[in-house]
Design a protein around this ligand. Sequence first.
Ligand SMILES: [Zn+2]
Length: 271
Amino acid sequence: MPELPEVETTVRGLARYLEGERIARVTLNRADLRRPFPEGLVQSLTGATVTSLGRRAKYGLIHTDRDHTMVFHLGMSGRWRIEPETPDKHDHLVLETGAGHVLALNDARRFGSVDLVDTAGLYQWPAFAALGPEPLGEDLTTQHLAAAFKGRAAPVKPLLLDQRIVAGLGNIYVCEALLRAGIRPDKAAGSISRKAIDRLVPEIKAVLSESIEAGGSTIRDYAQPNGELGYFAANWRVYGREAQPCLHCGTPVQRMVQGGRSTFWCAKCQK
Ligand SMILES: [Zn+2]
């Protein structure tokens, strides 16, 4: 499943082909992904110039000079194919730029989405209005997390997955950041010391930044025929390593289920 670093890398990869470019042609090969493509999408995008690209949580943003933003979500299996050599039956939306580049939004399982939003009201758009701060932005601070955790008996891990507290943080990154900060995932959020939160905030940013950096090396593949965004196979220190040694201390990694999601953690490193 594409997580924040994959979306960020996708956006950076797309920017190389789209920023400042005119969209010459938009083709929809079906009517919907998870929900129907917005009415007027083809008309709004055709002939528009892409002014810039961005990301909010796990959504990619393509801003145009018509004051519209195309917002895409990759769902479970979505990816952009750059200059595909041959069409694929899951290329549901295809953009062609004035410079002749072809970019296909491919989504086999169709849990993704595409919306068209007025750029001026973008951050009041319902899916964005209640989101917490970007984890890589300056609004994610010790102060912000301390306020969100205050008085909460709930375990810290599911709170970090709550998009209203931090936007776009996924299961892998929360597991890894908690290990690196030495915090037990089932510790009551309200009982976590200020000092521990001081360790956690930079670790959240580091684990995401490192993944984006690792993914950056795949950007060169965008130039290749059939280039696709691959998902990063990073060397996680605890994630997915049940019963294997923790990469910090060698103790076997444990797994527990919290809110229906697997949590991987180290009983020695995390208190
Ligand atoms: Zn350990």
